[in-house]
Design a protein around this ligand. Structure first.
Ligand SMILES: Nc1ncnc2c1ncn2[C@@H]1O[C@H](COP(=O)(O)OP(=O)(O)OP(=O)(O)O)[C@@H](O)[C@H]1O
Ligand SMILES: [Mg+2]
Length: 560
């Protein structure tokens, strides 16, 4: 798969800084020739990842330029795995091939591409093994396999050998060597001295991302007057010494490319290899992949199916039958039944969505760089989960009716209840997806869950009717999607007249405290719930778009 020539990369005066003005890269200039294997080394926090991202154009430099000798097509393997653990290797590669290879590529060509990369990475024997069941080294190779599908001109890898035992790390470096020998330019950040010795050149970073050396490993030893790469780390440990070495290196070099911004050639990888599949194609592909992942993850399936069943059981144990009996209605039981049915629709929607995105950030980031749209991505999530929620909502209503916890009513009424509940689930699912896109990791998503649920219990107007809430509480009740679901359910079952008719002493006063809660036209509730669903979905897309930007087209600002 490594046909063609590697890319030539020229960085001139590249600097990067973070908020507060602290430099994370300081005036880095270097040239990487086609087919070279180059290591970026240096202590922790010296800017290896930052330089790698600047060279790849993922986070373009704040100053200086990065030039390529032809349109950039690159493979990028971040430190985290960029493939789903649930799917068999060949299958996950097949999805990746469909997503990344140009539109119109035939099925046979896709299959051949997958076969080729499996062979090239010595993974043919593991094609049917679940990615999660591969060894660490195999999984790293699998990440590379995904990137190799498009035959990129350059490969960027961030610490690919960390976590591998020395033998596997050496084997992995031999693989990179083969790739480079085949013509692909390979740039990797690494901590491991043994990796470095197999490279054509090393870029030593020190201090605030200052280039302390760039050249062949042997020359590095000569420059630092040592024969041990490990010792160079120690030499560069202090900030002052790092600056000294940096200045000494800069003074002695004649090879640094000039920082003139002429002919900065750069295009997205998709453009370099032909257009990838369109938005609808992406949506349908990701929908299939999501479904595939879902059904293979038995624990998830068990939780998705099991938790509604458990909750239904609890409802059945908690509520007595016949609360809606018109001759003897039990107003506060009916309020609670309606509220908890509404809350169930909300809760399952929220929890189904909450872990969908934050568990695969590394994958989304990478696929966004390859041209994936946030719209198709978010919609594909909703497309798989909404039908499941429809089943849960339907089941809730059917079981509670069968157990006489909900009253007898005609099909039209139950149709209304179902639509209300499903819209409520959809709004909650969208809120879950938005939260999942916004948090940093699954742990934060778990913390967000109670924060999202509490207000949807307190400010809904069931535990405490809206008319008797404090003013601030009443204001807060408006953005609670659950409020409109609860009121819509009450409207369809006409609880207001039920309580007015009933001889129960709790009827009229309780009814009064609810005011006109249940009198709004149902369509208004539906419109509000639908509005929430759309707004949250759009917000999820926007948040994700900011967090995982599409590939940057401009590389590097003007030189300082
Ligand atoms: N988003 C950010 N905001 C603030 N500081 C950042 C950010 N990203 C990186 N840095 C800082 O920039 C410096 C270089 O970070 P970078 O991740 O490039 O280091 P590294 O050499 O890859 O380190 P490691 O070996 O630990 O991976 C660090 O001091 C880090 O704290
Ligand atoms: Mg790093």
């Amino acid at each position: 798969m490594t046909e063609g020539r590697g890319l030539r990369i020229e960085a001139a005066g590249v600097s990067q800084w973070v908020r507060g003005g602290r430099h994370t890269l300081t005036d880095v200039s270097l040239t990487i020739e086609p087919g070279e294997l180059v290591a970026i080394v240096g202590g922790s926090g010296t800017g290896k990842t930052t330089l790698l991202d600047a060279l790849a154009g993922i986070r373009p430099a704040a100053a200086g330029v990065v030039r390529y000798d032809r349109p950039l097509s690159f493979g990028y393997v971040p430190q985290d795995d960029i493939i789903h653990l649930e799917l068999p290797l060949a299958r996950t590669l097949r999805y990746a091939a469909r997503l990344r290879l140009p539109k119109g590529t035939t099925e046979a060509t896709l299959d051949a591409a997958v076969r080729d990369v499996l062979q090239a990475l010595d993974l043919a024997g593991r094609a049917d093994v679940r990615v999660g069941a591969l060894s660490g080294g195999q999984r790293k190779r699998a990440s590379i396999a995904v990137e190799l599908l498009t035959s990129p001109g350059v490969f960027f890898l961030d610490e690919p050998t960390s976590g591998l035992d020395p033998a596997r790390a050496a084997e992995f470096m031999r693989l990179l060597r083969r790739l480079a020998d085949g013509g692909t330019t390979v740039v990797l950040a690494t901590h491991h001295p043994p990796d470095v010795r197999k490279c054509d050149k090393i870029a030593f970073l020190a201090g605030d991302g200052r280039l302390a050396f760039f050249g062949p490993p042997a020359a590095a030893c000569a420059f630092f007057e040592t024969d041990d790469i490990e010792e160079i780390y120690e030499l560069l440990a202090g900030d002052d010494t790092a600056r000294e070495w940096g200045e000494r290196f800069a003074a002695g070099r004649a090879d640094a490319p000039a920082a003139t911004p002429q002919s900065s050639v750069a295009e997205s990888s998709a453009a370099a290899g032909g257009r990838m599949i369109g938005a609808i194609g992406q949506w349908s592909l990701l929908t299939r992949r999501n479904l595939d992942i879902l059904v293979r993850n038995r624990l998830t399936v068990a939780l998705l199916a099991g938790s509604p069943v458990m909750v239904l059981l609890m409802f059945a144990v908690l509520f007595r039958p016949g609360a809606f009996d018109p001759t003897q209605p039990s107003p506060n039981a009916t309020v609670m039944i309606l509220f908890w049915v509404a809350f169930g629709g909300f809760f399952f929607g929220l929890t189904y969505g909450l872990l969908q995105i934050c568990t695969e950030f590394a994958i989304v980031r990478r696929e966004r760089l390859a041209g994936l749209g946030v719209g198709p991505y978010v919609l594909a999530k909703a497309t798989v989960l909404l039908p499941l929620l429809a089943v849960v909502d339907l089941l809730t209503l059917a079981v509670l009716r069968a157990l006489d916890r909900l009253p007898a009513a005609d099909a039209a009424t139950y149709g209304e209840l179902f639509v209300t509940l499903l819209l409520s689930s959809a709004a909650a699912l969208a809120l879950g997806l938005l939260t999942s896109a916004a948090v940093a990791d699954p742990a934060q998503a778990a913390i967000a869950l109670p924060m999202l649920c509490f207000p949807q219990v307190l400010f809904v107007g069931a535990i405490l009717p809206v008319p008797v809430m404090a003013v601030a509480g009443r204001v807060l009740s408006y953005p609670m999607s659950n409020r409109w679901a609860f009121e819509g359910l009450g409207h369809s079952l006409d609880v207001a007249s039920l309580w007015a008719r009933g001889g129960s002493p709790l009827g009229p006063p309780l009814l009064a405290s609810y005011g006109d809660t249940f009198s709004r036209p149902l369509l208004a509730d539906w419109a509000i719930l639908g509005g929430f669903a759309v707004a949250f979905l759009v917000a999820a897309g926007l948040v994700l778009g900011r967090k995982a930007p599409a590939q940057q087209r401009s590389r590097g600002a003007s030189p300082v």
